[in-house]
Design a protein around this ligand. Structure first.
Ligand SMILES: [Zn+2]
Length: 320
């Protein structure tokens, strides 16, 4: 899918608003992009930057082929700078450096763009330094600030920026966008329940490990739903080899939860018996409980085996 179509579907209002601003020559000097991770802030920042520099705008969108577009995509354009936290903060020196960079005349054009990632991490000194810059911009500078926690941005900075609110994707829309990216329906539904970041979801869907992990958990889920005790042996036989790292083990729980939540929705819409609904809801609770134990450093294997017993033979389970 073309880049701008994705942006338009992800944030239709913002896309329209920015296109309008371009049309009327009303691009602000500073924008504050505010919203959760995965809502498209960076994609919009890059699109906007390319709109500014592209030498071959096609139907109101950057061409993605001219040398400016290509260098912006590669993070190599001399007049586009990205500032990211060094460790926990963005330091005053980083902003000073940025300013000195911009007091030189533009290397190729007069226009410059800078993107500040996690702008809420600016130290007070950095924020004040930036503020002066925003008050007296030198040359044609466009500042794009990104944040996931707007509450932590100084009000004086907020008042200097045009604030754009990035809405999280709802599940249905996400499934549609993933399908347009060539992801199968079943996987798309699963991914939508794992993350609300489209980029992340697309990335995961292309990951070979993920696809193996998904199949394994799906099989485990099938055993569990049928109360089949093979689910117990399966932990050691198949799962341990694939879920080695903490990060992978966490995803294992997330996947199982996603399957059980899907199951719960299914039996609720099919109006099955109350016992069945209650049992499935209880199983979701058991998974969450297993997750907490694993977080408290109980091994993944024993947490998973214990989970099987608690689901299939609650009376046999030891240690509650
Ligand atoms: Zn271009």
């Amino acid at each position: 899918m073309k880049e701008y179509q994705q942006l338009e579907q992800q944030q239709p209002l913002l896309y329209k608003q920015l296109q309008n601003s371009f049309k009327h020559g009303r691009i602000a000097h500073a924008y504050l992009f505010e919203g959760d991770a995965g809502t498209g802030k960076r994609a919009f920042a890059l699109w906007l930057t390319k709109k500014i520099f592209c030498t071959n705008i096609i139907e109101d969108n950057p061409c993605n082929q001219c040398s400016n577009c290509l260098r912006i995509n590669a993070g190599e354009h001399p007049d586009v700078l990205l500032v990211a936290p060094e460790g926990q903060t963005i330091k005053v020196d980083q902003i000073r450096q940025l300013k000195s960079e911009y007091s030189k005349s533009g290397i190729e054009t007069k226009q410059k763009v800078f993107i500040i990632e996690q702008a809420e991490k600016m130290s007070i000194g950095a924020a004040n330094s930036l503020l002066k810059f925003l008050e007296e911009p030198e040359g044609q500078v466009t500042a794009l600030l990104e944040t996931e926690s707007i509450g932590k941005i100084l009000p004086t900075i907020q008042s200097r920026c045009q604030i754009l609110h990035f809405q999280p994707l709802d599940g249905k829309k996400m499934v549609g966008l993933l399908k347009a990216e060539g992801v199968g329906e079943k996987t798309a539904v699963l991914l939508a329940s794992l993350t609300n970041s489209l980029e992340k979801a697309v990335e995961i869907s292309r990951d070979e490990w993920f696809n193996e992990a998904r199949e394994i958990i799906e099989q485990w889920f099938d055993y569990l739903v049928k109360d089949d005790l093979q689910a117990f042996i399966y932990v050691q036989k198949r799962m341990l080899k694939v879920f080695k790292e903490k990060e992978q083990q966490k995803l294992g729980f997330d996947l199982l939860l996603a399957y059980y939540r899907g199951q719960l929705t299914k039996i609720l819409t099919e109006k099955r018996s109350k016992t069945e609904i209650r049992q499935t809801a209880q199983r979701v609770e058991l998974i969450l409980d297993a997750y907490r134990k694993w977080e408290a450093n109980v091994s993944w294997q024993s947490v998973c085996e214990q989970l099987v017993i608690r689901m299939i033979h609650p009376k046999l389970s030891i240690g509650g």
